[in-house]
Write a protein that binds this ligand. Structure first.
Ligand SMILES: O=c1ccn([C@@H]2O[C@H](COP(=O)(O)OP(=O)(O)O[C@H]3O[C@@H](CO)[C@H](O)[C@H]3O)[C@@H](O)[C@H]2O)c(=O)[nH]1
Length: 413
């Protein structure tokens, strides 16, 4: 049984890899106390916080972290009319952080991971909440909101989303594992049955073509979740008690030609290699769909990685996830996506990019044209999304005129 680590203060302080080459991007509608839990791992890095919702709300960042924070007013000021491509009231807003970063690597994580200190507050609230619930049950009030009656911090199922432990009981340094994944090559053209051959203690198995053993540069490292898996609302509703306790010590390259559902909760990527494809779409406020932000980015990214000969890995690291969001609310946001995805995925599976698309930007603009042409028939929303994809690239190029940051090539991690 894999449990969350509660003593991260005692976690080994590791040498911060890529300290000056990696930004941590956090979208937030809450407070950032969860950072206490990650302090030993995140403090050496620069944080880019994208504050969603009401810009007048003050977001408290724990002492000692090096950060820049952007709210909606900042986004509007920086991007002007192009700010229309950045979503509001959806975690999709996080991609603004990718655009303003000046680093080669991005790690992005959600804000609902709590600290030991916060857990004390939560336990007090929990006891009080249980008391209120028992009174309500005695009064036969059977429809109660599953949220804390006393404070916003402890939204019941959120307080367990904390740093995970591996089966040996050691707190997982998610960022370190992502860096290892991304600094070693990928093998999208031929599957290695011992998984990532570049990990310590592994290699290419017998019969693996020698011509492919050099691998290709890794653009994306997709991490997983213990406890609550990244399920859609219907799955979550029919399996409310399902928890993932299975820790699989594996990192795999997703083969060329295979799409996957990319989750933005625990994700690292090389901004120079694939940054402009990491657009999280038009979601949330004013849009017919929400919570498909990371899926959209994942489909576009994988098609472009396949075309440009870049790798995408999935597997380790795990984080401990306890969904803060309400499945009924999520269902409302997701429902169009749930039936649209049956058309969107075949579209991406069939998408091909011409040879002259030699940069991510060119690939992305070409994809936007195909989205307009093919998915525009599904719903007018896709016309709007295709336009927003173009605006995103224009804004990206405006903010990143030199194209890329310092070069660090892949090698043995
Ligand atoms: O309007 C919003 C809502 C949320 N955020 C911030 O985004 C992340 C994720 O939000 P949340 O924790 O509420 O959602 P989960 O269901 O646990 O997470 C998944 O939702 C996926 C789809 O969007 C995503 O990949 C997963 O992360 C938090 O940091 C919120 O504060 C926001 O900025 N605006």
């Amino acid at each position: 049984m894999v449990e969350p680590a509660t003593d991260t203060v005692a976690a080994t302080r590791v040498v911060p890899l890529l300290k000056d080459e990696l930004d941590i991007v956090i979208p937030t509608i809450r407070n950032l106390d969860f950072l206490e839990m990650w302090r030993p791992f995140f403090e050496p890095y620069h944080l880019i916080i994208v504050q969603d919702g009401d810009p007048s709300k003050v977001i408290k960042v724990p002492e000692g972290f090096d950060y820049e924070l952007y709210n909606r007013n900042d986004i509007n000021r920086i991007l002007g009319p192009k700010a229309s491509c950045i979503s509001f009231k959806d975690s999709a807003c996080r991609c603004f952080g990718y655009m303003v970063s000046k680093k080669k690597y991005i790690f992005t994580i959600d804000d609902d991971c709590f600290t030991d200190l916060i857990c004390c507050v939560i336990w007090v609230c929990l006891i009080l909440d249980l008391f209120v619930f028992s009174v309500l049950i005695n009064l036969q009030v059977n429809s109660v909101n599953v949220a804390c009656f006393f404070c916003k911090a402890c939204q019941w199922d959120s307080f367990n989303k904390i740093v995970a432990k591996d089966p040996s009981g050691k707190a997982i340094n998610a960022l370190e594992q992502h860096i290892k994944n991304i600094l070693s090559p990928s093998t999208p053209f031929f599957f290695n049955t011992l998984y990532d051959p570049y990990r310590d203690g592994a290699d290419f198995v017998r019969g693996y073509p020698f011509s492919l053993r050099e691998g290709v540069p890794t653009a994306v490292s997709h991490g997983l979740w213990l406890n609550i898996p990244d399920y859609d609302a219907p799955t979550q509703l029919v399996k409310p008690l399902e928890r993932n306790t299975r820790y699989v010590d594996a990192v795999l390259t997703i083969p060329k030609g295979t799409l996957f559902p990319m989750c933005g909760m625990n994700l690292c990527f090389d901004r120079d290699l694939i940054g402009p494809a990491m657009y999280f779409g038009l979601m949330g406020d004013g849009q017919p769909i929400g919570r498909y932000d990371d899926m959209w980015a994942g489909w576009c990214t994988k098609v472009i990685c396949d075309h440009l000969g870049l790798g995408v890995k999935t597997g380790l690291p795990y984080i401990y996830h306890s969904k803060a969001s309400n499945p009924f609310v999520n269902l409302k946001k997701e429902y169009k996506g749930i039936f649209w995805q049956e058309e969107i995925i075949p579209f991406f599976q069939a998408a091909t990019l011409p040879k002259d698309c030699t940069s991510v930007q060119k690939c992305y603009i070409e994809l936007s044209k195909q989205v307009k042409e093919k998915l525009g028939k599904v719903d007018p929303y896709f016309d709007k999304l295709a336009d927003a994809m173009v605006t995103w690239i224009e804004a990206w190029d405006e903010l990143n005129p030199s194209g890329s940051s310092a070069k660090v090539s892949n090698g043995k991690a």
